[in-house]
Write a protein that binds this ligand. Structure first.
Ligand code: ASP
Length: 589
């Protein structure tokens, strides 16, 4: 038998047992003849003691860090005073009776588990060594728990796991496609799926009323801390339901996964409209772990003489106990607000009995000063920050300052889920004045806004709401979903608003419109980005810490060298010719 136990599993109960364990040598200490090896495997680390008289003792002098060894020996309690409380195996050690080297190792180019110090390129180049460390071992195992629970909950509700294709036609999810050249049809290309969106809708037409998949999705967008080119999406779709049914099932799946992965019960899952989220938090992904809500001061300053506050919106936040902050810090906040697009930032320090210390206090009436203190619930020692201007800008600036000033680190403050509902259907107008869809164009409009959609023009359309919903966890957007349009006539109406002609629509998603002609059930769905979810649960700021083989910021994979040029024969077979972009410069080294 190669091994009887995993090294990291040995406990006091095993004392007296003869065991065989295998693993990597984490450390080796030579104490004048007696050699101590810390042997690491997937379950943890155990101390092995090799006495000079033990058979194979000479091997112990030869092993080095990261050698793969097999040890046979007796588990014994550690001598008095040498118990290591930090280590789960810390009460025992294995007295080696036989030590074998299964594989030698060169000195590792990065410290195992010492990621903070190691250069990112090296970490990804030698990811298999990085993976041996505690943090990635823990994160990837926790991520597997998330997947397992999501599947279990869906299976429990009678969902069917269906796999959708990777080589598809380009479809609209709003991002750039990755494309794959076709060998059999030179000059034609497949797109890699940005999501299974249209296929899951077709599955509903196909009579599968509850679908799910943990699907690989690809989007050619610049990688960031919360985004990789490829990511996993927990994707669902349901027929004969409304948005409430979808949110209920997703809530159960997400909360159960979070609880089982972390051992921590998430707080109550809240719900807020998009409009209220923007007004109270200045963002569509509010972080509810802390207060500092944005307060509308429009009424307080309705008749103000102070020019700067004669604006479409005046909003403020109260930063408790920060009244004593230094002038330099306030100047930095003003600078930051301006960078974010505000005309300025007004600060006020609250003194005894609500007295305001601020460069603008003298321009405000007593009633305004009292009203302001009252509206913000301010007390002595607080700092107040106010922004006046366009409502959207005031909200965005204060929303960002709120995060800058008080957002807890990702691994603190518990787990706070919130549903953001009733998103606008459109997020703005393009250069030609056409609305840009906030989600994909298959999203059902809000029933109360259908008329607006039919008759509205330009800016007016921006008030139209959709039946879509996002799930947000601690200020991270975990995913989004919607009730879908299931009738060809309404789909055409939305396409028209988007400036997509019937001919265009037929070319791009004719197959979906065709399917709708043969009896489409009302349906709705959702998708959670598993990488982001796993990152928040693991307390990681960067999703690369929960991805086994990530790409760098520039989209490269230092391990396999991807992307690489193709050799001429391959290009020829695919009917491709590479044209150098004239502006392409050599990257700076
Ligand atoms: N396909 C959408 C997305 O990838 C999710 C959905 O609407 O179900 O964001």
């Amino acid at each position: 038998m190669m091994r009887t136990h995993r090294a990291g599993e040995l406990r006091r109960d095993h004392a007296g047992a003869t065991v065989a364990v295998c693993g990597w040598v984490a450390t080796r200490r030579d104490h004048g003849g007696v050699v101590f090896l810390d042997v690491r495997d997937a379950a943890g680390v155990v101390q092995v003691v090799v006495d000079p008289e033990a058979p194979g003792a000479e091997v112990a002098h030869r092993v080095r860090s990261e050698f793969v060894v097999r040890v046979e020996g007796e588990v014994r309690p550690r001598p008095e005073g040498t118990v290591n409380e930090e280590l789960p195996t810390g009460e025992v050690e294995v007295a080696a009776q036989r030590l074998e080297v299964l594989s030698e190792a060169e000195a590792p180019p990065i410290p195992i588990g010492g990621r903070q110090e190691a250069d990112e390129l090296l970490r990804y180049r030698y990811r298999y060594l990085d993976l041996r460390g505690d943090r990635l071992q823990r994160n990837l195992r926790q991520r597997a728990v998330v997947n397992r629970v999501l599947r279990r909950v869906m299976d429990g509700h009678g969902f069917v796991e269906v796999e959708t294709p990777m080589l598809i036609a380009s479809m609209p999810e709003g991002a750039r496609d990755f494309v794959v050249p076709s060998r059999l049809q030179p000059g034609s290309f497949y797109a890699l799926p940005q999501s299974p969106q249209l296929f899951k809708q077709l599955l509903m037409v196909g009579g599968f009323d509850r679908y799910y998949q943990i699907a690989r999705c690809l989007r050619d967008e610049d990688p960031r801390s919360d985004r990789q080119f490829e990511f996993m999406q927990f994707d669902i779709e349901m027929s004969f339901v409304d948005g409430e049914d979808v949110m209920a099932v997703v809530t159960e799946a997400a909360v159960t996964a979070a609880e089982e992965a972390t051992g921590e019960l998430p707080g109550a899952v809240e719900r807020i409209t998009w409009h209220d989220a923007m007004e109270r938090y200045g963002t569509d992904k509010p972080d509810l772990r802390f207060g500092l809500e944005l307060v509308d001061l429009g009424e307080v300053f309705a008749a103000t003489e102070f020019r700067a506050f004669q604006a479409p919106a005046v909003k403020g936040i109260r930063v408790p106990g920060e009244g004593g902050v230094a002038r330099a810090r306030l100047d930095a906040l003003i600078e930051r607000a301006k960078q974010l697009g505000a005309a300025g930032l007004v600060w006020m320090r609250v003194g005894e009995a609500g007295a305001l210390d601020s460069p603008v206090a003298k321009f405000l009436s007593e009633a305004e000063q009292l009203g302001l203190v009252d509206a913000l619930g301010a007390g002595s020692g607080d700092l107040l920050l106010l922004v006046a201007g366009e409502r959207a800008i005031a909200n965005r600036v204060l929303g960002t300052l709120r995060l800058d000033l008080a957002r807890p680190p990702v691994d603190e403050g518990g787990l706070r889920f919130v549903w953001v509902v009733e998103f606008p259907l459109f997020e703005g107008l393009d250069d030609e004045g056409r609305p840009i869809p906030a989600h994909h164009p298959f999203t059902m409009p809000h029933p109360d806004d259908l008329e607006l959609l039919a008759s509205g023009q330009g800016e007016e359309l921006l008030a139209a709401r959709s039946q879509s919903y996002d799930l947000v966890l601690n200020g991270w957007e975990l995913g989004s979903g919607s009730v879908r349009i299931h009738r060809a006539d309404m789909q055409q109406q939305v396409f028209t608003a988007l400036g997509i002609t019937p001919e265009d629509a037929q070319v791009r998603f004719g197959f979906l419109l065709d399917a709708f002609r043969y009896g489409a059930p009302p349906h709705a769905g959702f998708a959670i980005g598993v990488d982001r979810f796993a990152a928040v649960l693991a307390g990681e700021e960067n999703i690369r810490e929960v991805v086994a083989f990530p790409k760098t910021q520039s989209g490269a994979d230092p391990l396999t060298g991807a992307p690489t040029p193709l050799d001429p024969a391959q290009l020829k077979e695919l009917g491709l010719q590479v044209v150098k972009r004239p502006e392409a410069k050599k990257p700076k080294s």
